[in-house]
Design a protein around this ligand. Structure first.
Ligand code: GCO
Ligand code: MG
Length: 397
């Protein structure tokens, strides 16, 4: 079945998203994918429109692997966030088409169900850590959560949503890793005491600490049994991850910033982490995710795919299909989808009592209302940057 067009839908219902829509010679069958790269959406759109669309028109939509390799290797210059995000938008849309043609949900194409529902965790939100400590127990109770997630940061951990205005430059947030380790440890312990021992607590250190600082925090938290510590350090130096791993026995989740399977390899074969948590868009989509998943399974590493509030329901749905069909699933991050986003994107996982489910539908099971999307035009927005209050130097956000 030939590809007849590749369209991009750039929209900002609360958050900028870049969706891909691939049309085929069967007018009834099209695929939807997500190519959103928070803070750099237009660069991805240009790559798709200027270079990928012309070469994809006329290609056989059934040949997902061949198209993936052609985009990845065929350009000679390979990898990186912009290329991999574009590749993901196309890859997801092709899997969606394959599912619709077969009349089967994506999970079925991936091997079929191995579980009925998907254990998930939610972010404890609030303007200050103090507010989060106060709210945590009620939040767990009301939502029926089995696992919650905290983030190291000051003052708010509301992520990057609510970017309603055009931004001329990134917002600057304060962060002093040298002086805040003890405060972060105390924060975790206070939450543990509030929610009790039965609730899992994930602590996302968000690449914000150096290896020595991360080890200091993690060792102090060993007795408070974190579900896992997420991205304790930046991913750039594998030796640093080896150091962290060697000095603490707390479970580690890693890889939110990885861009392909090759970056995952050293950590997987040395078991430097217990959970791999790539972002499915960043690594080039379902085709790459299933390869990473298979490598991780062989080394007893579980999955915890990236899926916060600023990820669209299309990607949440893809995560869900992966989770429900892969043996080595660990847990899934569940982003609350804003009501405005629901006007633009239909479908996606449904939350109930700590788990996610999705109704059976062919393909990924999501659609974009293009008229609604047009009512929320793109607004330039950046991911914030962190600077130390002490000397104003830049540190990892
Ligand atoms: C997480 C993440 C996110 C990212 C965000 C960037 O949920 O684990 O670290 O909150 O910061 O997705 O756009
Ligand atoms: Mg994270």
């Amino acid at each position: 079945m030939k590809i007849t067009d590749v369209r991009t839908i750039l929209t900002c219902p609360k958050q900028n998203y870049l969706f891909v829509k691939i049309l085929t010679e069967d007018r009834e069958i099209y695929g939807i994918g997500d190519a959103s790269l928070n803070g750099r959406e237009k660069a991805v759109e240009d790559l798709i429109q200027e270079y990928l669309r012309p070469m994809l028109i006329g290609m056989d939509a059934d040949r997902i692997e061949d198209i993936w390799q052609t985009i990845y290797r065929g350009a000679y210059w390979r990898g990186g966030n912009i290329i991999m995000s574009a590749l993901c938008g196309i890859d997801m849309a092709l899997w969606d088409i394959k599912g619709k043609r077969a009349g089967l949900p994506l999970y079925s194409l991936l091997g079929g169900r191995v579980r009925e529902r998907v254990l998930c965790y939610s972010h404890v939100l609030g303007k200050t850590n103090e507010e989060k400590v106060q709210k945590a127990a009620a939040f767990v109770e009301e939502k029926g959560l089995k696992v919650i997630r905290l983030r190291a940061g000051l003052p708010s951990a509301n992520g990057t949503l609510n970017n309603q205005g055009h931004q001329a430059r990134p917002k600057v947030e304060p962060w002093d890793p040298e002086f805040l380790a003890d405060e972060m440890i105390a924060y975790f312990i206070r939450i543990r005491k509030k929610v009790g021992d039965k609730v899992g607590i994930i602590f996302d250190l968000h690449e914000r600490f150096s290896p020595d600082q991360a080890v200091y925090i993690m060792r102090k938290l060993e007795d408070y049994h974190p579900f896992f510590i997420e991205d304790p350090i930046a991913p750039d130096c594998i030796e640093s991850l080896r150091t962290v791993r060697a000095h603490t026995n707390v479970p580690i989740a890693f890889g939110e910033l990885y861009k392909d399977r090759y970056e995952c390899i050293p950590g997987i074969i040395e078991r430097l982490y217990d959970f791999i948590r790539c972002d499915i868009i960043r690594i080039g989509g379902i085709t790459e995710a299933k390869k990473i998943n298979a490598m991780a399974e062989a080394f007893d590493i579980k999955t915890a795919w990236h899926g916060p509030n600023d990820v669209s329901p299309v990607t949440h749905a893809v995560n869900w299909h992966m989770n429900v069909s892969c043996f080595n699933f660990g847990i899934q991050e569940d982003g609350t989808v804003d009501d405005t986003v629901k006007k633009v994107v239909r479908g996606g996982p449904v939350y109930k009592d700590g788990y996610l489910t999705m109704p059976d539908q062919p393909g990924i099971g999501c659609d974009i209302d293009e008229e609604a999307a047009a009512e929320y035009p793109y607004k330039r927005a950046y991911i914030p940057v962190c600077r130390r209050t002490s000397d104003e130097s830049l540190c990892d956000w």
